[in-house]
Design a protein around this ligand. Structure first.
Ligand SMILES: [Zn+2]
Length: 262
């Protein structure tokens, strides 16, 4: 079994190659390349969150607890929510991942269970796709691809380490075939894995359209509201309205986030 450091080294090298290739061949912006490379590196330890040694679990959870809220903040800020609301959601996501997910994973997983499988690699890629923000779907696929690449590099390395040479001949250890598998032994883990895979695939396929719709509707409502307010404040110039009414409208315009100069 390859150790924590070996996995991380290999996935980091792959991440550097992946980000570098995207930069040189497709002129992907540097920050996106660096982020994708980093995601690939971290994903190289993800499958071992099921191991009993604790370090991959600890590191992955710490990383996810820090990065997922950041990714959420970027998404939520597109809806012009109040800053306090965004911070609260981010803090809540941190607590849920840091404590909830860690406890759940410790209890529910067995080493070399379904976390070491190809459908799990796709599931984590889909999660990355859904968390990644931005209008450019291609760049979101690029980040998701980084996660899948890092994840699969781990599975592949585990399989390579289960090969050995015995009396000059290639020998398979008993762990061979337990990393890059499609189906596990337990019925329930298989059902959960494939159920999750189906659900996330469906959401990932539909989601770019949803987000676009929701965002457009939000923008439309905001511009309608702004034009209504603009019309009203224009009316208020003819002195039909009382002073308090004018003041109230001026205040509304002042504090309306949609009519600001942003
Ligand atoms: Zn492993």
């Amino acid at each position: 079994m390859a150790g924590f450091k070996t996995h991380l080294t290999v996935s980091t090298l792959m991440g550097v190659g992946y980000g570098g290739a995207a930069y040189y061949m497709y002129h992907v912006p540097v920050p996106t390349c660096v982020l994708a490379g980093g995601l690939c590196a971290v994903s190289g330890m993800l499958p071992d969150v099921d191991s009993d040694s604790g370090r991959p679990l600890h590191e992955s959870i710490a990383f996810a607890a820090a990065v997922v809220p950041l990714m959420l903040i970027d998404r939520l800020s597109r809806f012009e929510l109040a800053t306090e609301t965004i911070i609260l959601v981010g803090a809540l996501a941190y607590v849920v991942i840091r404590f909830g997910a860690a406890a759940l994973l410790k209890r529910l997983t067995v080493h070399r269970g379904m976390f070491h499988s190809l459908p799990a690699a796709v599931i984590f890629g889909e999660i990355a796709f859904l968390l990644a923000s931005g209008d450019n779907v291609q760049l979101r696929y690029f980040k998701a691809g980084a996660v899948v690449l890092g994840y699969v590099s781990h599975l592949l390395l585990d399989e390579i380490y289960s090969l050995g040479i015995r009396r000059g001949q290639l020998a398979f250890k008993s762990s061979f075939g337990t990393a890059m598998k499609i189906l596990g032994h337990g019925f329930l883990p298989n059902v959960v894995t494939y159920g999750l895979l189906a659900l996330l695939t469906l959401v990932a396929l539909k989601e770019p359209g949803w987000m676009q719709n929701v965002y457009q509707q939000h923008q439309q409502r905001a511009s309608q509201y702004a034009s209504q307010l603009g019309g009203r404040s224009a009316d208020s110039n003819n002195d039909n309205k009382s002073e308090p009414q004018k003041l109230l409208e001026a205040l509304k315009t002042e504090f309306d986030p949609t009519s600001s100069t942003r």
